[in-house]
Design a protein around this ligand. Structure first.
Ligand code: ADE
Length: 225
């Protein structure tokens, strides 16, 4: 997979890709991530990427021209499966979207800033608009980092244990069950006996019940989906 991220603040985005699982995925050539600074696609001396809103109103709007130049150049080099715009008015990111995107070859992610981008960018180029939650960030970069993390960890070979993504929270619309490791007893708190029974079908049944109970208590909305 290849991900091209278009941003006015590449430095805000780089560090998540330089550590841990994302770094390993890049080093193992399971994913390529490229950053494109929008200011490199401007033509004026000031490297202008935004301007005042037509019709008045507070807040600047990102110009179509540098974004067009950047996306058009990328599209001349390869076909993209999706051109994603990070925005608080997009579709809320869920595990299902991450699963679908993890199967794609080439993605562009456009990070919004200020009030957002000129509507004509969205009309002309964008195929998917994603929000990471019902709150407003100062830019799309942190949202893009969250999206990339959620997607890249699902690419086959990225996680050490291939099955571990399948047992994550949300992968059956259920939260994950409680988990335990050593010691068996800590300051009077004991690990549930069933986990030492060696009866794996019973352990699996217990985990499913616990996942269901936890979901019912914390996120009953997931059970309606
Ligand atoms: N940009 C600003 N707020 C955002 C959000 N909640 N999700 C994605 N991108 C954003």
């Amino acid at each position: 997979m290849r991900i091209d991220i278009i941003t006015v603040l590449p430095e805000l985005l780089k560090s998540p890709f330089e550590a841990s699982i994302l770094k390993r995925a890049i080093e193992a050539n399971l994913v390529e991530v490229h950053f494109h600074n929008l200011r490199d696609y401007t033509t004026d001396n000031y490297k202008t990427v935004d301007d005042y809103q037509f019709g008045g109103g507070a807040g600047m709007v990102m110009l179509i021209e540098p974004i067009d130049k950047c996306i058009t150049k990328l599209q001349s080099e390869r076909d993209y499966d999706d051109i994603i715009y990070m925005t608080p008015d997009g579709e809320r990111l869920k595990q299902g979207t991450a699963n679908q995107l993890s199967l794609k070859e080439n993605l562009i992610i456009l990070c919004g800033h200020y009030k957002g981008v000129d509507q004509r960018v969205r009309d002309k180029f964008i195929t998917k608009e994603i929000s990471i939650g019902d709150y407003v960030l100062s830019g799309g970069e942190l949202g893009a980092a969250v999206l990339c993390d959620a997607v890249i960890r699902l690419i086959p070979g990225v996680l050490g244990n291939e099955t571990s993504a399948l047992t994550d929270s949300f992968q059956d619309n259920l939260l994950a069950p409680p988990i335990y490791t050593r010691p068996r007893s800590y300051q009077g708190m004991d690990v549930p006996e069933i986990l030492f029974s060696g009866n794996f079908p019973e352990i699996e049944k217990w985990r499913e019940e616990q996942a269901y109970l936890r979901t019912k208590e914390r996120r009953p909305d997931l059970l309606d989906d």
